[in-house]
Design a protein around this ligand. Structure first.
Ligand code: AHM
Ligand code: MG
Length: 346
């Protein structure tokens, strides 16, 4: 049997850095700090089933310590790791209404800010179904001193790195620094992420569509027409496509990235901007999908070109295999055209 050399994430990051002769190592170091926190979160996620034995959240455990909700725990791990990293001057987290600015001397002059959803897929946390962490790294706009809101409010095409961790049957980390997408599986026996999915490319033609169809009555007609199109029997285009929806963006996205498909969280009559957040859910996934050869749009424009106005801004999203995204946009544009002809706007 050929004994293939295992490439650990650390080795990979160092190799990748060598490709940039002027790299200072700050980004590599920041990535490692995020990965370290992810390992701590992973350990806790794996123990989640034991809460009934060790104490329910909000109560005290056998050690007399308060048992924290997992999403709060995850937020604290990432923030602590980034605060002490020295490479990050502030964090915007789904778990915090305002961004956090780090005031220690090294952090104040650090080059990067991080936007993060520490534990996404909240409805799945208590039921042992895959959840994830999503992160986006931006170079700050200000030069030094405490970070400000404008450092975070940058369009997605300015991201220098983005990634996610899926805590599933195995724990995987997928990330990009703008030079392709690579995936690493955590080997729990050695505590290292090892390269398992080099240079990921999403198939151009997918066969999976992921959407919460229970909101059908709230979607635009064009979205429903696309979903109906996915269900039509047609040998030539391999339809009907399969519907798969876990309700954890990271898990749904990850499956579609590897197998080919589209994930949608559209605008709804009740939520005109959909549900998902631009800075730490949609932008990082859009960066990854484009690097893997796919597309991400709000239906109106490329996700990574949206100019953010607020930290927790939401946007509708259609993301995945090129052909499927083109198709749904075709329906959306058709609806707009008909609307403008009839003097109705959607
Ligand atoms: P959360 O940040 O509260 O976990 O919500 C985000 C999650 C996504 O992971 C998932 O795609 C979506 O919410 C599912 O929402 P819904 O239950 O409305 O389909
Ligand atoms: Mg979330």
């Amino acid at each position: 049997m050929i004994n293939k050399k295992v490439v650990t994430l650390n080795e990979f990051i160092i190799e990748e850095q060598k490709g940039f002769p002027y790299a200072t190592g700050e980004l590599s170091s920041l990535l490692r700090d995020i990965v370290f926190a992810a390992k701590l979160v992973n350990r806790e996620v794996n123990k989640a089933g034991l809460v009934d034995i060790l104490g329910t959240t909000g109560s005290s455990n056998v050690h007399g310590e308060e048992v924290k909700k997992l999403d709060v725990f995850a937020h604290e791990q990432f923030v602590n790791s980034l605060r002490t990293s020295g490479e990050c001057c502030g964090v915007a987290s789904e778990e915090s209404p305002d961004f956090l600015s780090f005031d220690n001397e090294r952090a104040k002059n650090a080059k990067y800010v991080v936007c993060i959803d520490p534990l996404d897929g909240s409805s799945n946390i208590d039921v042992n179904v895959s959840i994830g962490t999503i992160f986006s790294i931006l170079e700050r706009k200000t030069i030094s001193g405490p970070c400000v809101l404008e450092d975070f409010l940058q369009a997605g095409f300015r991201q220098v790195a983005a990634g996610y961790v899926v805590y599933g049957a195995a724990t995987l980390l997928v990330y990009t620094t703008g030079d392709g997408v690579n995936g690493f599986t955590l080997d729990p026996s050695i505590g290292e992420f090892c390269l398992s999915h080099p240079d990921i490319k999403i198939p151009e033609k997918g066969k999976i569509y992921s959407i919460n169809e229970s909101y059908r009555a709230r979607f635009a007609d064009s979205v429903n027409q696309f979903v109906d199109y996915c269900k039509v029997e047609d040998k030539a285009s391999n339809r009907p496509y399969s519907c798969r929806y876990i309700g954890s963006m990271v898990a749904d996205f990850h499956r579609n990235l590897l197998k080919g498909g589209i994930f949608m969280y559209p605008a709804m009559s009740t939520h005109p901007n959909g549900k998902l957040r631009l800075l730490y859910e949609c932008n990082p996934m859009a960066f990854i999908i484009e690097q893997a050869g796919g597309l991400a749009t709000s239906g109106e424009q490329r996700i990574m070109e949206i100019s953010p106005q607020e930290l927790h801004q939401r946007t509708p999203i259609f993301i995945g295999s090129k052909e499927m995204v083109y198709k749904v946009v075709e329906y959306i544009n058709q609806e707009k055209l008909v609307g403008s002809v009839n003097g109705v706007s959607h």
